[in-house]
Design a protein. Structure first.
Length: 276
């Protein structure tokens, strides 16, 4: 299992890194689009759609994302789009977590499928816009989520006692959440220092706009990354599966890798529009 996990990670890095650092953002947007299409296919399978219907849903996701690309939306981050998307993630996410695992199945399948399709397509638009804004900006958002996850794991393993949502994800603790927040605050401080406070990362942009807003924004983004993780765990438990799929051998599926990014990316774009 470990060998498979390492091989898959190396293959992903061999594809993602050249696309990410290529001067033109289009290769990265294409790679991200293919990954989101895989996530849409997984979403269909998690919500009782058959193989054919799930493939059709993935093709629809590809068409919607390609349509937004052709319409020029990648160059137009807009608060009018990302503010309501961010609000929807916060309100719907908290509502779903409050309802718990038992509250997922009663939601009509059509509503679940459409909601997930829109969430995934908007996540692709957010990551594509972030790449168009700049590599530094995109990396600052991605590393925020990764640091929150690493910090939560380390603090949870060391100090974890109070369960965060035991019925949904027994391994998560409040201490882990606090550890993730501390890690992200340290990351942001180091990033701003390295840029001299005038760089193009999300951290420097918020700092230049309103320094007092930065810790609140980081706390908010850490919380939303946890919400994204919990929602995917809730859905998998409702579906009775451990992983969203086997598309990434040793790592599960696409949704298992991007769950925390799904709400965080749109909210990061919302903050970018506010601070721009």
């Amino acid at each position: 299992m470990l060998r498979t996990r390492i091989i898959t990670a190396l293959v992903l890095l061999a594809v993602l890194l050249p696309a990410l650092f290529y001067p033109d953002p289009r290769p990265f947007c294409v790679v991200a689009l293919l990954m989101i299409a895989g996530g849409v296919w997984e979403w269909g399978r998690l919500n009782q759609l058959g193989q054919g219907a799930s493939v059709a849903l993935a093709l629809l996701g590809l068409a919607l994302c390609a349509g937004s690309w052709a319409a020029g939306w990648l160059q137009q981050p807009a608060l009018a789009l990302w503010a309501p998307v961010g609000a929807a993630w916060v309100l719907v996410g908290l509502w779903l977590i409050r309802r718990g695992i038992a509250g997922w199945a009663p939601i009509p399948v059509a509503l679940r499928v459409v909601g997930g399709l829109l969430a995934l397509c908007l996540a692709w638009l957010a990551v594509a816009q972030a790449r168009v804004i700049g590599i530094n900006f995109l990396l600052s958002v991605l590393t925020l989520v990764w640091m929150a996850d690493v910090g939560a794991y380390a603090a949870g393993r060391t100090f974890g006692k109070r369960k965060l949502a035991s019925a949904i994800s027994p391994g998560k603790s409040w201490e882990g959440v606090y550890g993730g927040v501390v890690g992200v605050l340290l990351l942001a401080a180091c990033w701003i220092w390295a840029e001299g406070g005038a760089g193009h990362s999300l951290y420097s942009r918020i700092w230049a706009f309103a320094p007092w807003l930065l810790p609140l924004a980081l706390l908010f983004l850490c919380a939303t990354s946890v919400v994204g993780d919990l929602i995917e765990s809730l859905i998998k438990r409702s579906a009775g599966v451990k992983d969203s799929s086997g598309l990434l051998p040793g790592h599960g599926g696409v949704l298992d890798r991007v769950d925390a990014l799904l709400p965080t990316l749109p909210l990061a774009l919302m903050l970018y529009c506010v601070a721009a």
